[in-house]
Design a protein around this ligand. Structure first.
Ligand SMILES: C=CC1=C(C)c2cc3[nH]c(cc4nc(cc5[nH]c(cc1n2)c(C)c5CCC(=O)O)C(CCC(=O)O)=C4C)c(C)c3C=C
Ligand SMILES: [Fe+2]
Ligand SMILES: [Fe+2]
Length: 370
């Protein structure tokens, strides 16, 4: 009788930023965030002090935001749902048994706990899958660096590991996002008088300008995502703008800000449909910043209509896109830009096939190898 072929055990580690699970967790969560060298780029001896100071100043406004959500971030629960949906999407995969683990960067479960859980499951291979479509040294880069240290401590150094570094223009991700936006666009159009124009504001998390100047490809990749989603949407003459939200430090951040675009829409008498383009889950920056703060701003300024497209969460087409990314990343078998090789990323960044370095380490341009 034929013996069943053993299935390879594939541990998929989903990275996200994490969020506090209680009002008391807000301060330590913010300390973790602002003492990360990928976020606060000051000399190491200053960082613990300055990071704690910034965290202390940010605690009150952040607690107020999380209070709107019942005192906690929904990010972990939503990421767990994505994890279970992705496992289900890969359940029939020939020759593979896939299990998803969540590793948050600044609140539990963090990389050490996730690495211990992965180790206990004894995988044959590991795939690191950041839930950030666009690569930034502050997000994917930081998570990959934290994982590398945790994996070493957990004794996972010998397990073959593939890193998916960016998937900003992955066709299935783009189609799933465009379908969600199309539904929101149709609903907004139906709710507005015919004579009121509608503009789509693609709103991404901002970054300090200095980080982009130092070589971070995030803004460029956000622009690629927007161009691809617009093409997939296929609405001729779509009025749209790219803007950046969530500025939390006094430095210059990339712009225009989402608030500035809401102000422009008010002056021009245009309704807005805000589409999050760099988050794939709902959390405080969509549910509070976009749905409460910016909506109030739009109403106060007299914008003739304010609508918001939902984030992907566990949308079936989006989860199918993640499953496709997993297949392609495994087939390539190395750290990679999700498809078409590194040619999609003209600026150097740390998780490309040129090898992994610490988050924030900006290299001289290396030739594309993909
Ligand atoms: C200098 C500060 C920050 C940078 C740079 C930054 C980049 C960045 N962040 C996300 C996604 C998320 N950010 C979230 C929360 C959050 N981010 C910052 C600061 C920076 N982020 C703070 C202080 C906070 C806490 C919330 C607050 O104080 O308002 C979250 C999770 C929030 C939740 O509700 O769980 C996400 C997700 C991206 C994509 C990004 C750069 C590309
Ligand atoms: Fe953030
Ligand atoms: Fe990349």
């Amino acid at each position: 009788m034929d013996q069943p072929i053993p299935r390879r055990r594939l541990a998929i580690v989903l990275f996200n930023l994490g969020g506090p699970d209680s009002p008391e967790a807000v301060r330590p969560f913010l300390v973790n965030l602002f003492t990360d060298p990928a976020i606060l780029r000051v000399p190491g001896f200053v960082r613990p002090w300055l990071g704690r100071l910034i965290a202390w100043r940010r605690t009150r406004p952040a607690r107020e935001n999380y209070a709107v959500l019942g005192g906690r971030s929904p990010l972990l629960e939503l990421t767990e749902r994505q994890a279970r949906a992705l496992e289900a999407a890969l359940a029939e995969e020939a020759g593979v048994e896939a299990k998803c683990f969540v590793a948050m960067r600044y609140w539990h479960p963090m990389s050490d706990a996730a690495a211990q859980a992965v180790k206990a499951w004894a995988p044959d291979e590991i795939l690191l899958l950041p839930l950030y479509p666009q690569y930034s040294t502050t997000t994917t880069g930081s998570s990959v660096a934290a994982w590398a240290e945790a994996a070493g401590r957990a004794g996972l150094g010998g397990v073959p590991t593939t890193t998916l570094c960016c998937w900003h223009s992955d066709p299935a991700f783009v189609r799933a996002t465009a379908a969600i936006l199309r539904r929101a666009h149709d609903e907004a159009r139906a709710a507005l008088p015919a004579e009121v124009p509608l503009r789509v504001l693609f709103s991404a998390h901002g970054l300090p300008e200095g980080i982009v100047r130092a070589g971070d490809p995030y803004q460029w990749q956000v622009e690629r995502s927007v161009a691809a989603v617009r093409a997939a949407l296929g609405i001729p003459g779509l009025d749209h703008a790219i803007c950046y939200q969530s500025r939390v430090t006094p430095q210059r951040w990339i712009g225009p800000s989402t608030e500035e675009e809401i102000g422009r829409a008010a002056r021009e008498g245009v309704a807005v449909l805000v589409c999050p383009i760099a988050f794939v889950s709902e959390h405080s920056e969509t549910l509070v910043e976009l749905d409460v703060e910016y909506r109030h701003l739009a109403e106060r300024l007299g914008v003739p209509g304010y609508f918001r497209a939902p984030a992907q969460n566990a949308d079936a087409a989006f989860v199918a896109a993640l499953a496709g990314l997993v297949r392609r990343a495994r087939a390539s078998g190395r750290a990679l830009c999700s498809f078409a090789g590194a040619r999609q990323c003209p600026r150097p960044h740390t998780a490309c096939p040129h090898g992994l370095a610490g988050a924030g380490a900006v290299r001289a341009a290396a030739p594309a190898t993909g």
